[in-house]
Design a protein around this ligand. Sequence first.
Ligand code: FB9
Length: 498
Amino acid sequence: MADLKLVLQAVADTGGVDSLELASKLNTDHQKVVGAVKSLQSHEDLIKVEQRQSKRWDITEEGKEVVANGSHEARVYQVVPEEGITQAQIMSSVPNAKIGFSKAMSAKWIKMDKKAEGGPKVFRSADTIEDKVQLCLLKIQNLQLEDVPQDQRAELKKRKLISEVKVTSYFISKGDKFSLTVAKADVDLTPEMISSGSWKTKTFKPYNFDALGIQPPSGHLHPLLKVRAEYRQIFLEMGFSEMPTNNFVESSFWNFDALFQPQKHPARDAHDTFFVSDPANAQIFEEDYRQRVEKVHSEGGYGSLGYKCEWKTEEAKKNLLRTHTTAVSARMLYKTAQANSLPVKLFSIDRVFRNENLDATHLAEFHQIEGVVADRGLTLGDLMGVIHAFFLKLGITKLRFKPAYNPYTEPSMEIFSYHEGLKKWVEIGNSGVFRPEMLLPMGLPPDVAVIAWGLSLERPTMIKYGINNIRDLIGPRVNLQMVHDNPMCRLEKSRTAS
Ligand code: FB9
């Protein structure tokens, strides 16, 4: 910041001074003078400041070369010897030779003799030249703009040797309380000043009500939790209730058997599932429900052939880390059947664990998002419709459904959305109608159907926050500054079809 006293002295000497002229006079940066003016303005009525807009001609880098070495045409003229020179030799030896050659020919400084001995050559046609371009630039450089005719300024601008710059400056003049000395403004009013009354003779800096507050130190939500909150809001808006998912450890019974997933299914192998060693086994089962599950697996029933293989309770007792939140859906549907509290619309968003190969987008765990609707007479069309309504809330309207297989749903469908950026269809989830072999042993009436769909939380979060490796989103490698800095999550919600 320039010295406040020098600014005040200049105003006192002249009655009023422009900040640009003052900066030049003080041989200092204009911004330093502006800083001093802003500081002096905090003293009430000390100075008057009027903002001014003006234009300045700056010499470009190419223009500076011309100031130093002469115009392109002058430099072409200088290399033409008495015996002449070919055009190719000029082009290869002079910078910006093309424009220089053209301008030197137009100025009749040089000429082309096509019948010269040994082929066409360039010769000088003027004994001396006046490099007006260089002279004009020197005048502009010395702020003698008025000595440069308007047409020549236009030519220099056209040749990009000068450029016009808009400049904001300030005309500083005396305020009603002008003085060459300024009392240092007190910043804080103190209790002593109030009790003694000394505040009456103090000068205080005015409150800056435009100043941004200091960001109070606070916690910051992880991106996953921000996106989870957005998806939770979408489900709540659709009238869904959240399921209690606060048990990562689950029995094989609820995770697999209740879903009519056979005990020999590869997904139940330790290569795909994390089994818990202590406590290794679950204890509590509703015996009559267990018997119905055992029967539908081993003998069939309700019109189903079952799996026709032995079903073991000790297999169903094995504790594991749940591989999907559908285990919670099974618990909630059983509770609904027992309480006869239909219809229900339920959702869950929570961690699930799979003992799978890891890669840049897959860890041994992820957050599953699941929606479930149970009611009499629901159809596949209702499933497609509720999925469309769900993704519409995210602004996604172009969906396709592809037949798929899940052990516990029939029919099942993979959900695809058209990605405008990638120009291709991408998988965004899975869905299906729970099988009767799952629902009827629970005690749900035969005319009740249950439709459900699921997706992961990590995939949309990585897309939303532009994260390519899941280890930059979750795990020990996460940069906590990312958690601090990442912006709030606003999913492109839509209330109506676009
Ligand atoms: O999330 C997935 N993809 C996805 C989701 C959203 C998205 O952006 C938002 C729309 C704006 C972009 C991509 N997928 C499912 C598809 C793939 O990513 C897939 O490769 C990975 N899948 C996970 C499981 O893979 C081990 C995602 C996860 C998944 C898959 C199936 C279900 C839930 C999660 C399910 C289910 C289900 C089916 C029937 C009944 C009940 C639940």
